[in-house]
Design a protein around this ligand. Sequence first.
Ligand code: PMP
Length: 285
Amino acid sequence: MSLQIYLAGKLVPQEQAVVSVFDHGLLYGDGVFEGIRVYGGKVFLEKEHIVRLYESAHSIRLQIPITPDEMIQAVRDTVAANNIVDGYVRLVVTRGAGTLGIDPARTSNPQVIIIADTISLYPKEFYDNGLKLVTASTIRNHSGALSPRIKSLNYLNNIMAKIEGADAGTVEALMLNHKGEVAECTGDNIFIVKGGVLKTPPPDAGILEGLTRNAVMKLARDAGIEVREAPMVRHDIFIADECFLTGTAAEVIAVVSLDGRTIGSGKPGPVTAKLLDLFRQRTRA
Ligand code: PMP
């Protein structure tokens, strides 16, 4: 079935949704994006995603040609035009077509692209049994080079780590920062539970401040669980009672081993299960 894609201010059939080969999003990864879930026809954390998109764009000095309110409306229109009830929205803003040089001043017309589609999820057994992780040798981008807080189109850093995970037979890989501390996974944030306290690396560990991460921290606090953002190293994960990842696509998923060390009981733990349950209640309410 052909999707209706939002491109250059209007909805067009996907066959007609094409961008220039001179677009700097393609040539240089020059742009920003968001991945957003739709639950029951409603765009989840709509405002938060749009804020993060505009903040990412601001940081790379990319002027998005429409206002945040217009963007929200464009996302809603694209979801409705494709009858998406439970699905995924990919929102991309590129620097637009330019010359073959990198100079952004020689690009024109930043492109706004919105794709609303169904979503392919991790299989149920991943949630039942938990994931095994390995640590990638590729470290997360140094925040002084390209801040991981910017959700840019430049994902090579994460892709290199993802390949290392795939080589080791895992679907996710842990990434450390330049100090050797735990940062995040290639497309998910990481949490541990130790002595009933929920811990996750702070933004300045070099992470994308995941919106699922923020939502889960709030759900935990509201449920009376102590939450701490604090630097951690691999050893903290090895000796944790529980470990899990959060992300728009994965939601909340347990991690049961890291680099061959079993974490806790080797099965998804009770705090993870509770937070997944609360998250599902929150999104499926
Ligand atoms: N880290 C990275 C590198 C990601 O790409 C993502 C997915 N957007 C996340 C963390 C999780 O963020 P969110 O919960 O906003 O999807």
